[in-house]
Design a binder for this molecule. Structure first.
Ligand SMILES: NC(=O)c1ccc[n+]([C@@H]2O[C@H](COP(=O)([O-])OP(=O)(O)OC[C@H]3O[C@@H](n4cnc5c(N)ncnc54)[C@H](O)[C@@H]3O)[C@@H](O)[C@H]2O)c1
Ligand SMILES: [Zn+2]
Ligand SMILES: [Zn+2]
Length: 360
């Protein structure tokens, strides 16, 4: 029997989201039904609502979630009914050319549920293949990772997207190490997680760049050693000034605009690394002096989901949280109800929150 549940849907480009009753099928082979307990509001949900990801409306939003496995389909062995799980949007296949080469974090054929959730008979496009602003959601078994249930759901869910993307941008993609200098452009949930990741990895200089002083204050709490408000100061010069004139070893763009990417590119030391974790608008183009690309050397990388492996990284990060070594509580600005997601988007746009988290 399909399940009728309340959910947050974006019906048309740029329009406010609405609460709808959707139909969620029973899990088929390789699928699990998850009772969602909490789901964070990520900027990527807003990108979907704005039509900046693709035009496959209606979208079932929400993808940064934790919940309890309620039903499992035939042949599911990864998780069992009652497990406390964090959902992920890159369930690796183990078969594609990247997985076979031993690089599963780049998997080119990640798994989602094969059955569709629907609204009035119309197929929904779940955000990042999850769709968790809903009382229940259907995902591929590999999208649910069991973690220690001692962690509160509103905190655990954040590992499922923004926090993992940011931590991983620093620790996995940027490979920040002991004594490195790091700059992070954009101090929202993703950028602050990159700052926390850089600190955890042993960086000794961490420069936070944002346009908003409130965000810079929060960035300090996550471990930024210096802050730059780039609306009134040139961030490249400011970063050079605190790194002996050299620039940073790793520059992380957690905004995804041409201007922030160029700043990250130019704020980097010779042979340094640029990591793009902010998601650019499809229309955005980038102009760089090619001689600078050559002359500065180093590496220009993108970070898909922090180059994480959910089965390896999620339980570890939850354990670090439970040991008091990773402050995830600080990311939760407020907990809200399902019908407050539209207002949470506006709070995000006004820079008032790091994460609003829907609690069900
Ligand atoms: N790569 C991934 O796997 C992945 C995963 C999750 C989110 N993201 C993306 O990461 C980005 C950040 O997400 P978020 O949830 O932290 O968003 P957010 O809106 O909470 O934070 C963005 C921050 O950037 C700042 N900012 C905006 N323009 C700026 C500029 N020109 N210079 C400096 N700072 C500027 C804002 O003040 C804000 O503090 C988004 O593009 C999101 O889609 C990527
Ligand atoms: Zn997200
Ligand atoms: Zn694969």
């Amino acid at each position: 029997m399909p399940h009728s549940v309340r959910a947050v849907v974006a019906r048309a480009k740029g329009q406010p989201v609405t609460i709808e009753t959707i139909e969620v099928p029973d899990p088929g082979p390789g699928e699990v039904l998850v009772a969602v307990k909490a789901c964070g509001v990520c900027h990527t949900d807003l990108h979907y609502r704005e039509g900046a990801i693709n035009d496959e409306f209606p979208f079932l939003l929400g993808h940064e979630a934790a919940g309890i496995v309620e039903e499992v389909g035939p042949d599911v062995t990864e998780v069992a009914v009652g497990d406390f799980v964090v959902l992920n949007w890159r369930a690796v296949c183990g078969q594609c050319r990247s997985c076979r080469r031993g690089r599963p974090w780049y998997c080119f054929a990640t798994h989602n549920a094969s059955q569709k959730m629907t609204l009035d008979g119309q197929e929904l496009s779940p955000a990042l293949g999850i769709g968790a602003f809903a009382e229940k959601t259907l995902v591929a078994a590999g999208q649910a990772t069991k973690v220690d249930s001692a962690a509160p759901a509103e905190v655990a869910g954040l590992i499922g997207c923004g926090v993992m993307a940011g931590l991983g941008a620093a620790m996995n993609t940027g490979d920040v190490g002991r004594g490195d200098s790091v700059a992070v452009f954009g101090c929202g949930g993703v950028g602050d997680a990159a700052i926390a990741g850089a600190r955890l990895a042993g960086a000794h200089t961490i420069v936070a760049v944002d346009l908003d002083d409130r965000k810079l204050e929060m960035a300090r709490e996550f471990g930024a050693t210096h802050t730059v408000n780039s609306s009134n100061e040139d961030p490249v010069e400011a970063i050079r000034a605190v790194t002996g004139g050299n620039g940073v070893d790793v520059a992380i763009d957690a905004v995804g605009l041409p201007v922030t990417y160029q700043q990250a590119f130019n704020a980097r030391d010779l042979a340094g690394t640029v990591v793009l974790v902010g998601v650019p608008n499809p229309e955005a183009t980038l102009e760089l002096q090619m001689i600078e690309v050559f002359g500065r050397g180093g590496t220009l990388k993108s970070s898909w989901y922090g180059d994480c492996l959910p089965s390896r990284d999620f339980p570890m990060l939850i354990d670090l949280y439970l040991q008091g070594r990773l402050d995830l509580d600080r990311f939760v600005s407020e907990t809200i109800a399902l019908d407050e997601v539209e207002e949470a988007f506006h709070k995000m746009e006004r820079g008032e929150v790091l994460r609003s988290v829907v609690v069900l």
